[in-house]
Design a binder for this molecule. Structure first.
Ligand code: BES
Ligand code: MN
Ligand code: ZN
Length: 498
């Protein structure tokens, strides 16, 4: 994708399409005001006739607008005047993009970046523009046979700016947005691929391919016998019933000499049947998305290395399939984790924490500046927070605040959640150091407390993304979240935000 910034008026640029907005009650946005003036009231007339509306999500694509140089004008509804924020801005860009996505437009000029949007400067408006266009144009048709619909030939995104002084910020926002969009798209692809394609070995191959030809990025993959030597009895207990071999994927990006790295650990259960504690059949297909934590940390690695950020970052992905069989782990089995702590596996469906705890212990060797694990960990998290925000746990307030802030500015939001001794006590076992489940109450919290037992002395946070990683129903598909949140966190740590 190419970018340009421009201070010229919406009516004056000969692009394939300009995007402008109108608010409710007939209030025109800045770009629409200009188009309306140049076309002698064309927009106002269409508002009067009901062909254009300020309602959020409404889009009219006009062609041959008199006095306007652009071939098309997409007029998008922006809702109540004065209410535009990052969410509604992204929705508007996305709606306009979808409306023009069937056309042959190669360049678009987004004039919505001229509108006042709360808490957004030219950098974030450019980033949100490019990220939402990427999101809106995403297709997953690689598993369909026959002729595939051609993708929109969009090659150039223009960003309208109010003054020349904003050009550098907007350009940087667009470039960052492009890398993040690529990371989001990779995460969606990995999530959407079925479990018979996207196996642990497949994830390992993707990680190797990402590193090939990139001098700053390396990938190492550990096999089961290497994991056994390391004492990863907890991780290996999850793969015990599977034929598909487990992998531990380790990627290291070195953009800043010998600094301590940010370490991201992603749950990579390529399919979660529940194991012997088998899940009910209805909707079980969605457990192919149980590797979305892995997908998001790989997507973030793709984005960070593409942006060439001056930071060190390590990604660790424990990748396994959770299957029932004659060799599977039984409820009540006791396993020994790499940390030496023993775990009574009361429910084989609480497998995410069993692979993550060994990945967290393994990660100590990198002496992380911060370590964040990302996992579709609990159904309880979906009950608690729904599908809008991920749960943010941490063993210190400053890291929790940092991640909360990164979620806010990237519009990939989370919410701080509690931990503590009272919750942790729910994990007591009569037979081992701990059980892998904490009873009926606070399921997302007790899962976090379980992981907390393996992170002593590290600056650690945990994101439970069970509610946000994918959509169900007719729009079933991976969301690519929280690649934006994680990228924002790393951008900020690298000192690369304007
Ligand atoms: N992958 C699931 C969590 C999940 C379930 C995410 C549904 C999104 C939607 C996880 O491995 C799991 O099965 N967790 C159990 C834990 C329980 C046995 C303590 C759960 O949430 O039911
Ligand atoms: Mn499970
Ligand atoms: Zn799972």
């Amino acid at each position: 994708m190419k970018y340009f910034t421009t201070t010229s008026k919406a009516s004056r640029r000969a692009v394939d399409c300009v995007i402008v907005g109108v608010y409710n009650r007939g209030k025109l946005g800045i770009g629409a005001t200009d188009i309306d003036g140049a076309s002698k009231g064309y927009i106002q007339n269409l508002i009067k006739s009901g062909d254009i509306s300020g309602d959020e999500g409404r889009v009219a694509v006009l062609t041959a607008v008199p006095g306007v140089k652009a071939h098309r004008v997409a007029v998008v509804g922006l809702g109540k005047p004065g209410n535009l924020n990052a969410v509604s801005f992204r929705k508007a860009v996305s709606a306009a993009t979808k409306a023009i996505s069937t056309t042959k437009a190669k360049q678009v000029l987004n004039c919505l970046t001229l509108e006042p949007v709360s808490d957004c400067d030219p950098y974030y408006l450019a980033r949100h523009t490019v990220e939402s266009i990427g999101d809106a144009l995403y297709r997953f048709d690689q598993m369909k046979s026959g002729r595939k619909k051609p993708a929109m030939p969009l090659k150039t995104i223009g960003l309208a700016i109010g003054k020349r002084g904003d050009a550098a910020k907007a350009t940087r926002g667009a470039e960052h947005g492009d890398s993040i969009a690529a990371g989001v798209s990779l995460a969606k692809d990995l999530g959407n691929l079925p479990a018979n394609v996207c196996t642990p070995s497949y994830l390992a191959r993707v990680a190797k391919k990402l590193a090939s030809g990139n001098g700053k990025l390396t990938t190492r993959v550990l096999n089961e016998s290497e994991m056994k030597k390391l004492g990863m009895g907890s991780l290996l207990s999850v793969t015990a019933g599977a034929v598909e071999p487990a992998k531990l994927i380790v990627m290291q990006y070195k953009g800043a000499g010998s600094d301590q790295p940010v370490v991201l650990v992603g749950k990579g259960v390529t399919f979660d049947t529940g194991g012997i504690s088998l899940k009910p059949g209805a909707g079980m297909d969605e457990m192919k998305f149980d590797m979305c934590g892995a997908a998001s940390v790989l997507g973030t690695m793709a984005a960070v290395s593409k942006m060439k950020l001056p930071i060190n970052m390590t990604v660790v992905v424990p990748a396994v399939e959770n299957m029932p069989s004659g060799t599977a782990t039984r409820p009540g089995d006791i396993v020994t984790s790499m940390s030496g702590q023993t775990i009574e596996v009361l429910n084989t469906d609480a497998e995410g924490r069993l692979i993550l705890c060994d990945a967290l212990t393994y990660s100590r060797r990198f002496k992380p500046a911060a370590i964040i694990d990302v996992a579709t960990l609990t159904g309880a998290c979906v009950v608690a927070l729904g599908h809008h925000r991920c749960a943010i746990y941490a063993n210190n307030d400053s890291l929790q605040d940092e991640l909360f802030g990164a979620g806010k500015s990237s519009e990939d939001t989370g919410w701080p959640m509690p931990m503590g001794d009272q919750y942790e006590a729910q994990l007591k076992s009569n037979f081992a150091d701990m059980a892998n489940i904490g009873g009926p109450g606070g399921g997302s919290v007790t899962a976090a407390c379980f992981l907390g037992k393996f992170t002593d002395g590290m600056n650690w946070a945990h994101l439970d993304i069970a509610g946000v990683a994918w959509k169900s129903g007719v729009k079933k598909g991976a969301s690519g979240r929280p690649v934006s949140l994680l990228s924002e966190f790393v951008l900020s740590r690298a000192g690369s935000l304007p």
